[in-house]
Write a protein that binds this ligand. Structure first.
Ligand code: SIN
Length: 325
C-alpha cells in the first residue's frame, strides 16, 4: 500500500452489504452481521484506490437507523473533514432507508470533500453479491478530486446519484437505488468516472442546517392517505408530534373531511404525494393552510421538516425552506 495514496474513511452502519445468510441465497439473511473491515477485505484491488481507514458506527439493518445515528455520522464527518489527510468518506448503509440518510447528510455535513453512501441488495454470502463492486466504486468516487463539492452522493450499480433525489425504487433488483426525475450525477466504468449533472438545490456547506448542538431531532409523522382514510387520523398522529407529512393521492390530494382538519392541528403540515414522483404545488397546499413538499417524496419531506423545525415553526419560513432545498 502506497503512502502517496489519499486517505478515505469508511464508516460502517450495517445493511445487506454486511448481511450473512445461507451460502448462495439472496433472501432470509441477517443484515448487519459482518464488520466493515471484513467487507473491505473482501474487495480485491480496493487498497490500490486509497488508504482506507474504517470505523464501525453501528451494524444494523437500516430500518433501525435513528436520528441518533444520523447526528453521530454527520458530526463525525464534520470532525474528520478537518483532517487535511482525509480526502473523502464512504458510508456503508442498508438500502431501505439509504435515501433518507443521504438527504439528511446532504443537508448537514459541512465539507466539500466527497461523501459517498453505498450498500447492496444481495448479502455478502449470495451468489454475485453486489456489495464488493458497489464499495469499490464508492471508494473510487470518494477519492476522486472531481467529486468534491457535489454534495452527498449515493453510488450504486455503476451510477452516481445526488443525495436529494435518490430513492429506493424496487424491493429486490440490484439497481434498486434510482431516481425518478432529473439526471444522474455520473456513471462509473471500471476506474473511469463520467460526470453529467448537478442538483441546483443547496447542500453541505451552503445548507443552513447543522448537526452541531443537536442531540435529537423534532418528531415528524407521516400519514398515508387512501380511500376511506379515517378523517380523525391526522389529529391522532399529531398528538405528541412536532410536524406531520401527508402522503397524499395524486398531486397531494386527500378527502375534504380529512383536509379540513389540518389547519387546526397546531403543528405544521407538509403535503407530499404517495406517488413519489412529480410536484405538489403551494397553491394546492394553501387550501388547507399547509406547506407543499415540492417534489420530495414523503420520507424525504419528513427529513427536511425535522431539520426545518430545529429552526422555525413559522409557515412562511417553512414554505421558503421547502422551496429552497
Ligand atoms: C437494510 O436496509 O438494512 C436491509 C436492506 C438492504 O440493505 O438492502
Amino acid at each position: 500500500m502506497s503512502d502517496e495514496l489519499k486517505k478515505v474513511v469508511i464508516l460502517g452502519t450495517g445493511g445487506t452489504i454486511s448481511g450473512k445468510g445461507e451460502a448462495g441465497k439472496t433472501t432470509g439473511y441477517s443484515a448487519g452481521s459482518i464488520s466493515v473491515e471484513d467487507i473491505i477485505a473482501s474487495v480485491p484491488g480496493i487498497e490500490k484506490l486509497a488508504r482506507l481507514e474504517a470505523e464501525q458506527i453501528c451494524n444494523v439493518a437500516s430500518d433501525n437507523i435513528t436520528d441518533k445515528e444520523w447526528l453521530r455520522i454527520a458530526k463525525r464527518i464534520n470532525e474528520l473533514a478537518e483532517d487535511p489527510e482525509v480526502c473523502g468518506f464512504v458510508i456503508t448503509h442498508g438500502t431501505d432507508t439509504m435515501d433518507e440518510t443521504a438527504f439528511f447528510l446532504n443537508l448537514t455535513v459541512k465539507t466539500e470533500k466527497p461523501v459517498v453512501i453505498t450498500g447492496a441488495m444481495r448479502p455478502a454470502t449470495a451468489i454475485s453479491a453486489d456489495g464488493p463492486m458497489n464499495l469499490y466504486q464508492a471508494v473510487l468516487t470518494a477519492a476522486c478530486p472531481e467529486a468534491a463539492g457535489r454534495g452527498v452522493m449515493v453510488v450504486f450499480a455503476d451510477r452516481i446519484y445526488g443525495g436529494r433525489d435518490v430513492q429506493k425504487r424496487s424491493t429486490y433488483i440490484v439497481t434498486a437505488l434510482d431516481q425518478v426525475e432529473g439526471g444522474l450525477l455520473g456513471v462509473i466504468r471500471d476506474e473511469e468516472i463520467r460526470w453529467y449533472y448537478e442538483s441546483c438545490r443547496p447542500h453541505t456547506v451552503k445548507s443552513e442546517f447543522s448537526p452541531e448542538g443537536l442531540e435529537k431531532l423534532p418528531v415528524v409523522r407521516v400519514l398515508y392517505f387512501h380511500v376511506d382514510c379515517d378523517k380523525d387520523m391526522a389529529a391522532r398522529l399529531a398528538e405528541g408530534a412536532d410536524g406531520l407529512v401527508i402522503a397524499g393521492a395524486g398531486a397531494g390530494g386527500t378527502s375534504k373531511e380529512l383536509g379540513k382538519t389540518f389547519a387546526s392541528l397546531g403543528i405544521p403540515v407538509v403535503i407530499s404525494s404517495r406517488i413519489s414522483s412529480g410536484t405538489v404545488t403551494q397553491s394546492a397546499a394553501e387550501r388547507s393552510g399547509s406547506v407543499a413538499a415540492d417534489n420530495l417524496p414523503p420520507q424525504k419531506a419528513a427529513v427536511l421538516l425535522r431539520l426545518a423545525l430545529t429552526k422555525t415553526k413559522e409557515r412562511d419560513e417553512l414554505i421558503r425552506i421547502f422551496r429552497t432545498y
